[in-house]
Design a protein around this ligand. Sequence first.
Ligand SMILES: *Cc1c(COP(=O)(O)O)cnc(C)c1O
Length: 449
Amino acid sequence: MAEMDTARGAEGDEVLHPGSSSGGNQAWFDRACRVIPGGVDSPVRSFTSVGGTPYTVARGEGAFVWDVEGNRYIDLVQSYGAVILGHAHPAVRAAIDLASACGTTFGAPTVGEVLLAEAICARVPGCDQVRLVSSGTEATMSAIRVARGFTGRDQVVKFDGCYHGHADALLAGGGSGVATLGLPGSAGVPASAVADTLVVPYNSVPELDEKVACVIVEPVAANMGLVPPSPGFLQALRDACDAVGALLIFDEVITGFRVGYGGASARLDVRPDLWCFGKVIGGGLPVGAFGGRREVLGVLAPQGNVYQAGTLSGNPLATAAGLAVLGVMDAGLYGELEARAAWFAASLQAAMDEAGLVASVPSMGPLVGLFFGDDPREDFPVRHFAAARRSASTGVYAKFFKEMLGRGVALPPGPYEVMFPGIAHDEALLGQVVDRAGEAATAVSARVS
Ligand SMILES: *Cc1c(COP(=O)(O)O)cnc(C)c1O
């Protein structure tokens, strides 16, 4: 049973029976479906793979969201990682207010974009320059164009189950929503657009040749559930790229400034040639960035002949929000967050084991995954997409999701996503999630067996 926000400032622990309310979520979703395809602006938000009607969010604060019926949820979605400080954080709100009073977009250089670019480069060893864009999709699409322009080659190697946004060339073998909907790729993408995209299994080093412009990888895969890199995998990839003169691209749209102060490359000590960022660096507003060595980015117009542009790129509101987030997230806070997430993952694992559900709860920094299986020795740990798919095919995630939502905990509505505990999820709150997970797992276990 989800919790009701009974009054302004109330603790919100009054119990509301699902279905006993006005049906506001259904009404809003019906209205959405009339004017928005599928009722959502991004497919992963739909409840296609878990069943039921999505809750329509009225507001969020810290670790919580409230839907239009007043139900309160402990939110582990956190905009798929775009939010790390919790919803409506005072520092972010203040920064946006201040920026908005000075104008929202100009089509000329601004101070905010310089400060955000400096902050990113200062935190990521080897990243000399970044160009700001408005989404992660734009970042990866542009990084690939730079890699092709720089090398004069066409082929792109990507890993099965890694998601790099929805640009044509990168939609083959995608994780996240593409995987959730069971699409091999996407209709509307001509074969010619993916003819130079090679898809290979995660955590094995592919054989490369001199036709390859770049290898793009999520250094910690977080769009097929959470699949950390095997020891040595990223360094071996670095070496394989160097051997044939291909560029290595780390898509750090999720991992950037989340798995550590300098993101995955700094944490795992492997340097790509190009980085893609998004999510955290926008503080919940639309931002992406791609960056790399000065020499490589030199191919971009106006200096070079690789074209890339954006009317709203480096938007003052978004850069202000991003800077506010990076300003709060000092090295100590990453340590705290990681320690809490590790405790949360271990406690969740114990709760699953106790309930008799075959599950694996991996974690990496503050990222926490959840896989279900049939046989723990055969199915875990999950190291590649085929194994993630096998886990998803058990169908247990959907059952668990529903039990958790009914207990006031919002997990991502699909088995290929991860949980995003952030600064606002303190240990007491994560403890509540663990307790409810134990109840939910017991309920699912009773139905599965
Ligand atoms: C979310 C995501 C993207 C796409 O970013 P958008 O802002 O949704 O376009 C790209 N790569 C990874 C790893 C992501 O998680």
